[in-house]
Design a protein around this ligand. Structure first.
Ligand code: DQA
Length: 148
């Protein structure tokens, strides 16, 4: 019997506001739209999926410990602003041992200087930036195909 892989989709601060938040940068689709799309794709790929969103750094740190304890197989992370500030989130990813792909909706390299540095990228399997919601889909596909 093969156990179904579980992939977590994690969205950080302000991403609960997708759809109304700076649509010229992030588009007009909502977080719910993203989650519906990924739910359908996960079904096609044959993986279980779970969604998390928090505006709180400590909650995101706790989450990585929880995912590791539960043996979740991979995570797609849009750490949003904490990408550029949080050593705690980086350490939590690293300590979890989980394969994480960092995703950004916008291209962080074409924006302000402070967005060009990611604390989390070096401890992630890869980074996708600037491809909108497609980035989450590509990351989900990659993690679902990755050998465990
Ligand atoms: C973001 C880019 C970050 O710089 C920003 O703080 C966000 C969203 C993106 O998805 O493009 O909140 O991660």
């Amino acid at each position: 019997m093969t156990l179904m892989k579980t992939i977590a989709i994690i969205n950080g601060p302000n991403l609960n506001r997708l759809g109304t938040r700076e649509p010229e940068v992030y588009g007009s689709a909502t977080l719910k739209d993203l989650e519906e799309r990924l739910t359908a794709e996960a079904e096609e790929l044959g993986v279980a999926i779970e969604f998390h969103q928090s505006n709180h750094e400590g909650a995101l740190v706790d989450l990585f410990g929880d995912l590791a304890d539960r043996g979740v197989n991979g995570a797609v992370l849009n750490g949003a602003a904490y990408t550029h500030t949080s050593v705690a989130m980086r350490d939590a990813i690293s300590a979890s041992g989980i394969d994480v792909i960092e995703v950004h909706i916008s291209n962080i390299y074409s924006r302000e200087e402070f967005r060009k540095h990611s604390y989390t990228a070096p401890v992630c399997k890869g980074v996708i930036t600037g491809l909108g919601f497609n980035g989450y889909s590509y990351a989900l596909k990659e993690l679902s195909e990755a050998a465990q």
